[in-house]
Design a protein around this ligand. Structure first.
Ligand SMILES: [Zn+2]
Length: 353
């Protein structure tokens, strides 16, 4: 810290409490949360240097990753940065910019120096509950993120009269991510996986503090009985083009039997979550009136029975199910029914909801 370039204005400290604008919170609905990310130093100010590293490059690397992870993983968030390149930006410009934008939180990212090891973080000399909550949440998550890659000393939650946490009008913190002039720390700062883990931890902490919802991946896929590599059925399942209500070129049918001989549709589920599962079959009088469909959910198989003698030629919902990520046989049509008439396997559609 001794060589840390952030200026401390001790004379201002006594009056600083009065200078802080009360944080009035964010609207309870609609508006995105505004996250201001401040990569320390830049341009003519390299920040601390050591072991072939420059603080300004590391802080930009981490902050850009925090931005990208937040935008990719969560919804309802806007991000502004004090710099996105190797630019010279004064401390006053940083706090002024965040205040003018009306940021909900301010997170400044730095690398420590002066001899030592580990991670510490700062807020202003305040007991403001929102700031303390932001501070403890980001600190814990950033540390946990780094510790997925390496052992990191926790130097704790601290307070300081730093410009960017004092002059900003919203909950503001500053993280000091290891020591650039300590060889073991510098080696971690040279490790791309470590920087990403650190960024991921910061992002998770920010999202947790703000209550950002996880972004739902848009996903919908159709697997037909003719889709290559995605449909499996025994030779007992014959092929038909009888009904024009079929999906695609043809469909498969089999006699009901009190044995396990399901036809399976394989689906590449992109992430764990809730999925709407629909089936398509031709509806023909005389087809099975109680065809069991098996959905492989994350808590075990569930069976939904539908009447295939009617309601064909359209997508029919089997319901919404929690499904695990992975490429696996996700929906089956079972022959195991005591109802009469052919059971039909034609196509399934699985959609993330
Ligand atoms: Zn710094």
């Amino acid at each position: 810290m001794s060589s840390h370039p952030i200026r401390r204005r001790a004379l201002f400290a006594a009056a600083a409490g009065a200078a802080l604008t009360p944080w009035v919170g964010v609207p309870a609905f609609a508006a995105n949360k505004k996250v201001y990310l401040d990569p320390g130093h830049g341009g003519t100010d390299s920040g601390a240097v050591g072991n072939g590293l420059q603080e300004k490059a590391l802080t930009l690397n981490i902050a850009l990753q925090v931005r990208d992870i937040l935008l990719a993983t969560y919804s309802g968030v806007d991000i502004r940065m004090s710099r996105t390149t190797d630019a010279t930006v004064s401390l006053q410009q940083r706090s002024d910019d965040a205040n003018a934008w009306g940021a909900d939180i301010f997170v400044s990212i730095h690398i420590n120096s002066g001899g030592g090891t580990g991670f510490e973080s700062y807020r202003y000399l305040t007991t403001d509950a929102a700031t303390q909550s932001l501070h403890s949440t980001v600190h814990a998550n950033a540390l946990a993120g780094m510790r997925t890659v390496a052992s990191v000393t926790d130097r704790g939650l601290k307070t300081a009269n730093f410009h960017v946490v004092r002059e900003t009008n919203m909950p503001a913190i500053l993280t000091e991510n290891l020591f650039i002039d300590t060889v073991a720390d510098a080696n971690l700062l040279k490790n791309a996986a470590f920087l990403t883990a650190d960024a991921r931890g910061h992002a998770k902490g920010i999202a947790t503090y703000l209550g950002l919802p996880t972004k739902t991946t848009s996903y919908s896929t159709i697997v037909d009985n003719t889709t290559s590599g995605r449909f499996t059925a025994s030779a007992n399942w014959a092929t038909s083009t009888y009904s024009t209500q079929r999906y695609g070129a043809d469909y498969r049918y089999a006699d009901p039997v009190l044995a396990s001989d399901a036809a399976w549709f394989k689906v590449n589920i992109p992430e764990a979550g809730n999925y709407k599962v629909e089936v398509w079959h031709p509806g023909v009088a005389g087809y099975n009136t109680a065809t069991p469909h098996v959905i492989v959910t994350s808590s075990g198989n569930q069976t939904v029975t539908i009447d295939q003698s009617t309601g064909g030629g359209a997508w029919r919902s089997l319901g919404t199910f929690a499904m695990a990520a992975g490429d696996y046989n996700a929906v089956g049509v079972s022959r195991w029914t005591s109802a009469a008439g052919y059971v039909i396997a034609d196509a399934v559609r699985v959609t993330r909801v």
